[in-house]
Design a protein around this ligand. Structure first.
Ligand code: GLN
Length: 456
């Protein structure tokens, strides 16, 4: 049914870069076998899933939305993919994304943009717009995204889906093509909070192949979602972050946010106002730390090891450097080049302390703000994104306007704490979905599910 749906709507939505109909049907048949013998591998055995094209999939192309990886077929699976397969989830295909996960609209994909199923002239968020659009358009019941500065939560918000960024280290990064190693986390994109909890329990947990993986059991996420769905939040302290709201946020987004807060109060929660003064510097710190890490990660695309190789014209006997230059020039898009230049500059000697060093200090201050806030509140909340989905092309020529979408999501990545975006309804002025973000202390991902499920 999902393959039929993809065939019917993906021409217009363009959520997928690659569909593996044959593989998905074979996995579904194997699942039917297990079901017939009463031996299901997991609660989601047989439920199909779409995977963001930044995770390595053995035998399936993995492009990261970039020309430079065109034609690369990984010889191994990312740990997340290994776990999906072991749990019996048929993989429908790979979803579209901003090139190397840099962006907030999926317009930076080298393979053309994804369209928001709510209004095809609008963006589905990014970088994981393909995963969110696939779930919103009923092309897949579940998807995997990755979130470095908001790329699961912001697409979730603007497509009316649920998106979760787990605690840093809670889900293995092995086989996830790194954008910024200290910020990246893979996580669920689904239509309900309970679905995310079920999926998170499958992909999460310790992995010896990832040195930053947390070596302790996950909290009981599905139990927390079930408990939250019962609707009693008596005694829970919900902190509204002063710095993540107000100016720059669309009125309809703020109205839906307030309505969700009222629902939490009705469920017995207590609302407290908390201030995190360093959050106003989060964007600036992020756009130094991320390009620094990304520029170093992308150095491996050298025309020798993976994918594309372009031989320079007009040069006889080109050197390795000539080939590298021609390949990177043709293979990377503008946003990727912009960040490589920024990152290389920020890391260069003489500037390192002034930029990268300062940004790391701001990062520490942001973590301290979170620690202080979590003394006063069990969870923190804000609108997920300042606006609903904007029009395709609207912000493409203005990188700063594009970056501003991540104002509310970036602090969680800098501090490593988990976050979820749940739909909060449609903004009056444009009838488009808005998102409600819930943040919890590191390793307390269960709180996201308890509070998120209470809002459904
Ligand atoms: N939009 C943010 C960026 O461009 C976040 C990206 C992400 O989370 N992968 O960096």
């Amino acid at each position: 049914a999902h393959l039929d749906r993809i065939a019917a709507v993906d021409g217009a939505v363009h959520a997928f870069l690659h569909v593996d109909a044959e593989g998905a049907l074979a996995q579904a048949a194997a699942s039917d076998e297990r079901r017939a013998h009463g031996q299901l591998a997991s609660p989601l055995d047989g439920v199909p899933i779409a995977v963001k094209d930044v995770l390595a999939t053995q035998g399936l192309p993995t492009t990261c939305g970039s020309k430079i990886l065109e034609g690369w077929v990984p010889p191994y699976d990312a740990t997340v993919v290994v776990r999906l397969r072991a749990a019996g989830l048929p993989i429908l295909g790979k979803t579209n994304m901003d090139e190397f996960a840099m962006g907030s609209s999926t317009e930076h994909s080298a393979y053309g943009p994804t369209h928001n199923p709510w209004d095809l002239d609008r963006i589905p968020g990014g970088s994981g717009g393909g995963s969110a659009a696939a779930v919103a358009a009923f092309e897949a019941p579940l998807a995997i995204g990755t979130d470095t500065g908001g790329s699961i939560r912001q697409p979730g918000a603007v497509t009316g889906t649920v998106g979760v960024k787990p605690t840093y280290g809670g889900v293995s990064r092995f086989g996830l093509v790194a954008l910024a190693n200290s910020l990246d986390q893979a996580g669920p994109v689904t239509r309900t909070v309970l679905d995310s909890a079920l999926l998170h329990e499958i992909i999460g947990g310790h992995d010896p192949l990832d040195s930053t993986s947390v070596d302790q059991p996950l909290p009981a996420l599905v139990d927390a979602a079930r408990q939250g769905a019962a609707g009693d939040l008596t005694g829970l302290r919900v902190g509204v972050v002063t710095e993540l709201g107000g100016d720059g946020y669309q009125p309809g987004v703020l109205a839906r946010f307030q309505e969700s807060l009222d629902l939490l109060v009705k469920a017995g929660a207590e609302i407290v106002e908390v201030s995190c003064p360093s959050f106003v510097h989060a964007m600036a710190a992020y756009y130094l730390i991320l390009p620094a890490e990304a520029s170093s990660n992308l150095a491996k695309f050298d025309a020798m090891r993976y994918g594309l190789r372009v031989l320079p014209e007009h040069i006889d006997n080109p050197s390795a450097e000539d080939v590298m230059r021609a390949t990177r020039d043709a293979g990377f898009g503008d946003e990727v080049k912009r960040r490589i230049i920024l990152g290389t500059y920020a890391l260069s000697s003489g500037y390192y302390d002034a930029y990268y060093g300062q940004a790391q200090k701001v990062r520490t201050l942001i973590s301290r703000d979170f620690e202080a806030a979590f003394e006063k509140a069990d969870v923190l909340v804000s609108p997920t994104a300042p606006t609903t989905a904007f029009k395709l092309g609207e912000k493409l020529d203005d990188p700063i306007a594009m970056y501003l979408n991540d104002l509310a999501t970036i602090p969680a990545n800098l501090a490593g704490v988990p976050g979820i975006s749940v739909p909060s309804g449609l903004a009056e002025e444009d009838g488009l979905p808005a998102g409600f973000q819930i943040l919890a202390p590191a390793l307390a991902d269960d709180r996201l599910y308890r509070v998120g499920a209470a809002l459904e």
